[in-house]
Design a protein around this ligand. Structure first.
Ligand code: ATP
Ligand code: MG
Length: 270
């Protein structure tokens, strides 16, 4: 049997009496692009925190590339090849755009050790490939939301990660920016990087992901192909109402949704 790159068993996180993540099992194969969807407050970002080491799990285990990483710190996980973007962009405001991405290059994967000059060069190339090549010397505070989301992605990719966790990389973007960002993420997946893609724009998830996992109330509600999960009655009850209204809001801005697909709720035969 093929060994999963990421293997998560019974992962839980309690905040006082709240079970934000509640006994989640998850496996991701090397090279897969997996979607993670679910209502607001489902536990998606908390799961990313647990997997990348921003928060320690209350119980459960995480194996990455055959190694138990459950108790490792976030910088140790980053050195092993895990990186994430933040739902609300978290640039280092004191540095330039280039310096932000150099941080990823310098503190990333342990498979290489870069000099400052090599890190600068890698950061510049990464910014070029993520569409920010002209903005290297700018302050992150001068970027638009789309620019900040790209900066998150560039810093994450510059770590040389084997696996990246993208937490709502399309949030706050206009329809044109959404489509451009989807193509960028598709290229990242094609380059062989394993991706866990969290997004509320479900058509974007369906267009990018081979497999989709649904969380609700901290628990895994469903898992399967895009078609399987969107036809699942439990998923429809727990989430598709949200998707319907989100898709409506999105289409009012002048688009039928990312990737020219229809909002999920409109695919219903009900
Ligand atoms: N540090 C924390 N302390 C206490 N409660 C928290 C903390 N972080 C998250 N929570 C709670 O955990 C639950 C899951 O939150 P989380 O941010 O993971 O959801 P989400 O699925 O990412 O939602 P969204 O789609 O809105 O981003 C929520 O009830 C949230 O209020
Ligand atoms: Mg979140």
């Amino acid at each position: 049997m093929k060994m999963a790159l990421l293997e998560v068993r019974g992962l839980s996180k309690r905040f006082g009496g709240l079970r934000a993540v509640d006994g989640v099992d998850l496996h991701v194969e090397r090279g897969e692009v997996v979607g993670l969807i679910g209502p607001n407050g489902a536990g998606k970002s908390t799961l990313v925190e647990l997997l990348t080491g921003g928060q320690q799990a209350s119980s459960g285990s995480i194996r990455f590339d055959g190694r138990d990483i459950t108790r490792l710190s976030n910088h140790e996980r980053c050195r092993l090849g895990l990186a994430r973007t933040f739902q609300v962009p978290q640039p280092f405001a004191g540095g330039t755009v280039l310096e932000n991405v150099m941080v990823g290059a310098l503190f990333g994967s342990q498979t290489r050790t870069l000099s400052i000059e090599q890190a600068r060069d890698l950061a510049a190339r990464t910014l070029q490939s993520t569409g920010l090549g002209e903005l290297c010397d700018r302050a992150p505070t001068s970027l638009t939301t789309a620019g900040l989301k790209r900066l998150e992605l560039a810093r994450c990719l510059a770590t040389g990660a084997q696996m990246v966790f993208l937490d709502e990389p399309l949030g706050g973007l206009n329809p044109t920016e959404v489509n451009e960002a989807i193509e960028l993420i598709r290229q990242v997946g094609k380059s062989g990087t394993t991706i866990l893609f969290i997004e509320h724009i479900v058509p974007a998830v369906l267009s990018l992901c081979q497999r989709v996992v649904v969380l609700a109330n901290g628990r895994k509600l469903a898992e399967g192909s895009g078609e399987e999960v969107t036809q699942n009655p439990l998923v429809r009850k727990a989430y598709l109402g949200d998707v319907s209204s989100a898709a409506d809001r999105y289409s009012r801005k002048g688009s039928r949704g990312a990737g020219n697909q229809q909002p999920v709720a409109e695919r219903s035969n009900d």
